[in-house]
Design a protein around this ligand. Structure first.
Ligand SMILES: Nc1ncnc2c1ncn2[C@@H]1O[C@H](COP(=O)(O)OP(=O)(O)OP(=O)(O)O)[C@@H](O)[C@H]1O
Ligand SMILES: O=P(O)(O)OC[C@H]1O[C@H](OP(=O)(O)OP(=O)(O)O)[C@H](O)[C@@H]1O
Length: 242
């Protein structure tokens, strides 16, 4: 019998971490990488202006002051934004709905769709395989992905057993190198799939970035709700301007 390398896990419960920040300090976790450029104008419209080094990719600093002495930003990996906020190490964060779904942290509240980071999470396979494949006939699939929990849950919901091989990037190499015949990965323009001889055969979810908030901080920190409202207004003004 084939082993399920990454069985689905129940929604995660982050361990409560005592708050070591001064009570008034609010930390917003922002992902480095592609979301950062789209997040900066939103932050500005929400009234949060980080110090100049925040946008400097050569800076090795991880925590940055803003125009508001009570608010600082941390720049972390996209997947880690969810973990910092769920554990209360940051009170707010900006993260893709793909990451929120993969972790399933019950402590995360995602009140605002920021309308940035548009892409989709899809199943893909080699073009020649797709030509004679019918996803309705699948009973077991072996998949290379960065999203084993979302993948397993998606396939389980239609009675298909998913055997997931966890990768952190370059999933597109897996089929040609024999690691797994199919992949589940993010698709935007479709260029990465095309250049690696793969085609999309199924969409699992549409993805955008969300503002996430630690549920406990929402109740205990008076600055959190006004900040959520500021981001909500920032998105609305962005939509009107578009
Ligand atoms: N091609 C894309 N188009 C639009 N949004 C994307 C695309 N790829 C990823 N995203 C969104 O951006 C988020 C961060 O992706 P990014 O590629 O910057 O980081 P990563 O490579 O997943 O992270 P890390 O480098 O820290 O491992 C994803 O979680 C997703 O929500
Ligand atoms: O459909 P496209 O527009 O080609 O975008 C899809 C690519 O974008 C993401 O990778 P990213 O560039 O973030 O690199 P990664 O492999 O480090 O995640 C994703 O993992 C795909 O590889």
């Amino acid at each position: 019998m084939r082993r399920l390398l990454h069985p689905p896990c129940p929604p995660r419960k982050a361990r409560h971490v005592p708050d070591s920040q001064p009570p008034s300090q609010i930390i917003i976790a922002v992902p480095k990488g592609r979301i950062l450029a789209e997040a900066l104008p939103l932050l500005a419209r929400a009234g949060v202006h980080p110090e100049a080094s925040f946008s400097d990719e050569n800076s090795r600093a991880l925590r940055f002051a803003t125009n508001d002495p009570a608010i600082s930003l941390i720049r972390v990996r996209a997947f880690d934004v969810a973990t910092f906020v769920a554990h209360g190490a940051a009170q707010l964060g900006i993260v893709g709905s793909d990451v929120i779904a993969e972790f399933g942290y019950s402590e995360l509240y995602a009140p605002v769709d920021l309308g940035i980071g548009h892409c989709r999470l899809s199943v893909a396979e080699p073009a020649e395989m797709a030509a004679q494949d019918d996803p309705r006939g699948w009973s077991h699939v072996r998949v290379a992905t960065k999203y084993p929990h979302v993948t397993a849950a998606h396939f389980a919901s239609r009675g298909v057993q998913a055997e997931c091989v966890k990768l952190n990037g370059a999933m597109e190499l897996a089929p040609t190198l024999g690691l797994a015949p199919r992949i589940v990965d993010l698709v935007s323009s479709g260029r990465t799939l095309l250049e690696n001889g793969l085609v999309e055969v199924e969409t699992i979810m549409e993805v955008t970035s969300r503002l996430v908030v630690n549920r406990a901080a929402m109740k205990t920190r008076s600055r959190v709700v006004p900040l959520v409202e500021a981001f909500r207004r920032a998105v609305e003004t962005q939509e009107i301007a578009a």
